[in-house]
Design a binder for this molecule. Structure first.
Ligand code: NAD
Length: 289
């Protein structure tokens, strides 16, 4: 690394809090070295109220870009010069690209979800979807799938404060993407859930259910909803196969897709925005092994 950093080296970083555990510096620095790009990547612990100062520093240091993690995603979106369509509708960014002094905010979580499905041979265009959840991950999926041509999205959430966020997303999508029919229901209405899944091509868990230490939880309690042609997806990546995915696979669903690929593909999308290049994913996996 010492031999690589020169007077010309450009800086990228992860901002958020905490960031000390992040694997991003290792991954990005490997990729820059692999592509012989004169960049280096750091992680900075930035609290929400420090976001405007961090963005000023980004401009001052002429940084090429930043990945943004919690709790900074919303504050960053509020301080961009420009936003991608998805970031604007969601009101949050996870990737900032410095385009000659103009900070452009993107949200690649939804792109990562769509790309992961494509990698598994599934195109969201024209599909009917049921998405459980209305937090950060679920909203990014709902917005990107609507932008990418999903025919309908039925959002189910527990009757908690996130339910209003789902209604807000549905209202925005009705205006921005009128061709996609978006409806919101309480997950407590199990008859409606069953009815909507019966009509759907793709079922997605976008909630915390199934994530460690709640591995025993699945929001689908009636396993009769699983059919061979229902694609079942989870945003949760730890464990890699959640209870939902295991039960769907055991019930005969041909495609069950975990969250690990979404995580990978959202990073691939960010790398492309920064460099214009495809992330050397296989090479990095070998480097890690
Ligand atoms: P969030 O806090 O923004 O949203 C939480 C959601 O879960 C809400 O819809 C909430 O109503 C629901 N919820 C909370 N407790 C619940 C419970 N006990 N039962 C049912 N639903 C419950 O969280 P987030 O950032 O959207 O993260 C959700 C999951 O997505 C996490 O497991 C996270 O690791 C994962 N995630 C994955 C990726 C990826 O790339 N694969 C990206 C982001 C988040």
């Amino acid at each position: 690394m010492e031999q690589r950093i020169k007077g010309t080296t450009g800086l990228l970083a992860l901002i958020g809090s905490p960031v000390g555990h992040s694997g991003s510096p290792d991954m990005y620095n490997f990729c820059f070295r692999y592509h012989n790009l004169d960049y280096c990547y750091m992680a900075f612990d930035i609290k929400e109220d420090q976001v405007p100062a961090a963005l000023d520093a980004m401009r001052l240091f002429n940084m090429r870009g930043c990945n943004v993690t919690m709790p900074c995603k919303t504050a960053a979106a509020q301080n961009m010069d420009e936003l991608s369509d998805a970031a604007r509708i969601i009101g949050a960014v996870n990737t900032i690209v410095n385009e000659n002094g103009k900070l452009v905010g993107h949200m690649t979580d939804g792109i990562g979800f769509v790309e992961n499905l494509r990698d598994h041979g599934v195109d969201v265009k024209g599909k009917k979807m049921v998405v459980l959840g209305a937090g950060g991950a679920a909203t990014a999926i709902q917005v990107q799938c609507a932008l990418d041509g999903a025919a309908s999205i039925s959002i189910f959430n527990p009757n908690d404060p996130f339910l209003d966020r789902a209604k807000n997303t549905a209202a925005k999508l009705k205006k921005e993407v009128p061709d996609c029919d978006v409806q919101v229901f309480c997950i407590e209405d199990q008859d409606k859930l069953k009815e909507e899944i019966a009509k759907a091509d793709i079922l997605v868990n976008g909630t915390l259910a199934g994530m460690k230490p709640h591995e025993d939880v699945s929001l689908i309690t009636d396993k009769s909803v699983f059919r061979p042609d229902l694609v079942v997806c989870d945003v949760v990546y730890n464990p890699e196969e959640t209870r939902l995915l295991r039960e769907a696979r055991e019930a005969g669903c041909a495609k069950t897709i975990g969250g690990k690929g979404m995580l990978l593909w959202q990073g691939v999308a960010a790398y492309k925005l920064y460099t214009g290049l495809d992330m050397p994913v296989e090479e990095y996996k070998k480097f890690q092994a």
